[in-house]
Design a protein around this ligand. Structure first.
Ligand code: DGY
Length: 425
């Protein structure tokens, strides 16, 4: 891997570094985002453990007393993003949004811990405790009925904001808001690559509702019109719970190890229920109507990351990947080509995202499917080398879309490059 490519990837992280935390990209996303920073921390860990740990420590500074690590932490004010702290109206000392995002935190921490020297042990131990509190929050606030499947109460929590999976549950959410909506994103990115205005009205309706409930987790659970078991979050949480269990062997107590093991077993059972026979892939479920979503999305591959992924599921995913490669489609479109909601350029309705690809490839590798893992990694790295560190890629034309110079795309470039160098050594 050429050193100039690696240097360019590192310089994207340096350009987006705001001193101890990294913004996803300048202007469009001028604060710290939860799952972006977890990937960025892994990217930093390929060359700077101290800086990797500060990224997670900055996230932990935004953690709520109940354990939630928020989606956005507003460390410093900025005028280029909507909705800001005045819309969220939460009460944390460092202003934050009131929802969370995919829990990649423990995966990142384990990745860093595996390569950190003894001098970093106290910092890693403190972050383990933040991760444990976060996972306890998921169980208590988002699976209060103990069914082994956690729910999201806002589409922004999924990280896949406008996936067609949310179209049906959103039909129940009114478009009325008490907040004036100012689409600052459209000043940075073409409207055709972003969610629509009616989507935003629903997103903000939910923010207004939860703010009126004082962000009380149980009141939100009772009152929400949007309660979805997102396949991405459930799979990532399953994998993260496994990572936390391994970290607990070094940093936790016996009681904590038992607690993590029991959550992990419940999640594995829950994931099994999210296999969708009709579409031959894992799928999200609307927890209000009880309906499984018959939409094939890239996140439906993520249970590959977990201990629960039977042979039937693995074969089906392998066939889907083969189909994409044969059709010369850049794998893996966020919404698979041929789905009624597929739009190749609109955010999570079709474009390919490097971070999801990275997880899918690690999932194939975990299942012993090295060839598939390599194919996904090659495709991801090839697209980044060809068009740059952009936010997402058109799966049909390979055009780079959304924000440019994106931190997590650079982080993934570093991670895949490092793996390839290790293979070549
Ligand atoms: C946005 O504002 O587009 C973000 O995806 C929310 O996390």
């Amino acid at each position: 891997m050429s050193s100039s490519f690696i240097e360019r990837a590192r310089s994207v992280l340096a350009a987006n570094d705001r001193g101890g935390y990294t913004v996803p990209t300048d202007r469009l996303y001028p604060f710290q985002w939860n799952w972006d920073s977890a990937f960025v921390a892994m990217g930093f860990a390929t060359f700077d453990i101290d800086r990797a740990l500060s990224e997670l420590e900055a996230l932990a500074r935004g953690q709520w007393a109940d354990g939630m690590i928020p989606q956005i932490i507003f460390h410093k004010p900025a005028e280029t993003y909507f909705p800001g702290p005045d819309v969220w109206r939460t009460s944390h000392t460092i202003p934050t949004s009131g929802i969370t995002q995919p829990p990649v935190f423990a995966l990142a921490l384990e990745f860093i811990a595996a390569r950190a020297g003894a001098e970093f042990t106290p910092r890693i131990a403190a972050l383990y405790r933040a991760g444990l509190a976060y996972h306890r929050w998921w169980e208590k606030a988002r699976d209060p009925e103990g069914r082994g499947i956690v729910a999201v109460l806002h589409n922004w929590e999924t990280g896949r904001d406008n996936s067609p999976e949310w179209d049906e549950p959103f039909a129940r959410v009114p478009q009325t808001t008490t907040t004036t909506i100012v689409r600052r994103d459209l000043g940075h990115v073409d409207a055709a690559m972003r969610p629509r205005d009616e989507d935003y009205r629903r997103y903000i309706h939910l923010v207004d509702l939860y703010a009126s409930l004082g962000w009380d987790a149980m009141a939100m659970w009772r009152e929400t019109p949007f309660k979805v078991a997102d396949i991405g979050i459930n799979a990532i949480l399953g994998a993260s719970e496994e990572a936390l269990g391994r970290l607990a062997k070094r940093f936790g107590s016996e009681a904590e190890r038992a607690e993590i093991a029991s959550r992990r077993a419940r999640l594995a059972k829950g994931l099994a229920e999210l296999w969708n026979e009709r579409i031959g892939l894992y799928a999200s479920r609307d927890l209000i109507s009880g309906k499984a979503m018959d939409v094939r999305v890239s996140a439906g591959f993520l249970p590959l990351l977990t201990e629960h992924c039977p042979a039937e599921a693995r074969q089906s995913m392998q066939q889907r990947l083969d189909g994409l490669l044969k059709a010369n489609t850049l794998p893996v479109p966020s919404t698979l080509v041929g789905e009624p909601g597929f739009e190749p350029k609109r955010y999570w309705r079709g474009p390919v995202w490097a971070v999801v690809n990275y997880l899918i490839a690690r999932g194939f590798a975990r299942q012993g499917m090295g060839e598939q893992a390599r194919e996904v990694d090659e495709a991801t790295l090839g697209a980044i080398r060809e068009v740059g560190f952009c936010e997402y890629f058109d799966p049909l034309t390979r055009e780079g879309l959304g924000g440019g110079t994106f931190s997590w795309t650079a982080a993934i470039a570093l991670l895949i490059s490092e793996d390839r160098m290790a293979l070549a050594a």
